[in-house]
Design a protein around this ligand. Structure first.
Ligand SMILES: *Cc1c(COP(=O)(O)O)cnc(C)c1O
Length: 420
């Protein structure tokens, strides 16, 4: 890698960065002194693309000017609005367009997917999750098990880290399958663990699950827009993600859902149906018999919330303009550089718990702080760093390739080391 720790070197990396111009396409929050914050929190809420406001305004204007006719008579008619998000979204998550739909929000999508893909029967009732999963996923899995009459204490198996480690080993998942293979109904794991930043091998996990007769789904909240998920080739049965983290589409924005094409016209799966999932040609004939659209769109329920989808279009435009593979390449370099700078800090106050191998992580680094000293986080926040603190002892920082610079990393580490 051959990085250097100087400020001049950081500036030279920015000067050589072919994607640096995209920073201008975003609103960067200001620190109290009026300077730009060092925003390293795209893992929690991505920044606002400047053109998002215009895209929302356009829809408000069409509503004012066209009323109900806006459903059909315009460039981006509301009845089809979600379709304009499908191709770029499919490209970013590595899926075929008919495997992807933008609908609802994340946790509801996870529930709807489990309605279709968690079918406990006989001995096969258990769900494997990763230890320290995001709480919403645990609540969702817990409540699904209860709803099926099961007991979460018995029916959830946690894939645990080894003693003294934070990250998970695939061999331990294999062991779980060797011991419980015929009891596992579903594997429901994040693509990237929100706390450690570990990126799991989706393909290996899926092969393992399928070879033991289990369904496999991933919560890609921290993966979508951040790493190469390659969902189709992973073979996963389903995946869900939100668009407000690395996809920069606004607080609580509408989420994404993947259903592998092998299930595209599987009418034997249970689903919570609604009219938006019904055959488009006949949707307005109001036939009481449900006829699902081929592919992920068949899982839609309601007509789409246009005002929340407009910023997703703005964001996807930027992803396509920059090129997702280019973003991934910059992301790796930017994170390697940040890691280099953090390792250069003297003392043992901070330890990176995210995997060292770039293929096992996205852009987030999780910095465990000695003695769980939260005052360090507060001190850097007062100096204009926007990152986040996760209990018990981690500062998460995520330099994203669309709007973060090498100088952001450099400035962050300057502040961090001076506040220790
Ligand atoms: C961010 C995140 C969520 C949040 O769920 P919402 O339904 O969007 O509020 C859930 N699960 C994971 C893994 C997350 O990272």
């Amino acid at each position: 890698m051959g990085f250097e720790p100087t400020k001049e070197y950081a500036q030279s990396l920015d000067a050589a960065d072919g994607l640096s111009r995209f920073r201008e396409s975003f609103h960067i929050p200001k620190h109290t002194d009026g300077s730009e914050s060092i925003y390293l929190c795209g893992n929690s809420l991505g920044l606002q693309p400047k053109k998002a406001a215009q895209f929302v305004q356009d829809e408000l204007k069409d509503w004012a000017d066209l009323g109900v006719k806006g459903h059909f008579d315009k460039t981006f008619p509301w009845t089809r609005y979600h379709e304009f998000l499908t191709e770029p979204m499919a490209e970013v998550v590595g899926a075929k367009p008919h495997e992807v739909v933008v609908m609802n929000t994340l946790t509801p999508n996870l529930h709807f997917m489990m309605v279709s893909f968690y079918k406990p029967s006989g001995k096969r009732r258990k769900i494997i999750m990763e230890a320290d999963a995001f709480p919403s996923d645990t609540y969702a899995v817990d409540s699904q098990i209860k709803w099926h009459g099961g007991n979460p204490k018995e029916d959830i198996i946690l894939w645990q880290p080894r003693p003294e480690s934070n990250t998970l080993e695939i061999e331990d998942l294999q062991t779980i399958f060797q011991q419980h293979g015929d009891e596992i109904a579903l594997v429901m794991i994040a693509s990237i663990n929100y706390y450690t930043g570990q990126f799991f091998d989706l393909k290996k996990i899926t092969e393992l699950g399928h070879s033991h007769g289990a369904m496999v789904g991933f919560d890609c909240a921290h993966g979508a827009g951040n790493v190469d998920l390659d969902l189709h080739n992973s073979g996963a049965d389903f995946a869900v993600w939100c668009t407000y983290k690395y996809m920069n589409s606004g607080p609580g924005s509408i989420a994404g859902c993947f259903v592998h094409e092998r299930h595209a016209d599987n009418n034997t799966l249970d689903r919570m149906a609604g009219w938006w999932g019904h055959n488009k040609e006949e949707r307005f004939l109001m036939d009481p018999k449900f006829d699902a659209i081929y592919g992920a769109e068949g899982w839609q329920q309601s007509n789409a919330p246009i005002l929340s989808m407009a910023p997703i279009r703005a964001s996807m435009d930027l992803f396509m303009e920059a090129g997702f593979q280019n973003l991934l390449a910059k992301s790796k370099d930017l994170t390697n550089y940040l890691e280099f700078l953090v390792h250069n800090i003297e003392g043992d106050h901070i330890k990176i718990i995210t995997p060292k191998n770039p293929k096992d992580r996205g852009c987030q680094l999780s910095l465990a702080v000695k003695n769980a000293d939260k005052s360090l986080f507060e001190a850097i926040s007062n100096k204009g760093v926007i990152a986040d603190w996760r209990e018990p002892d981690v500062i998460r920082v995520a330099p994203t390739p669309l709007y973060n610079s090498y100088m952001d990393c450099w400035n962050f580490v300057q502040i961090l080391s001076s506040e220790m």
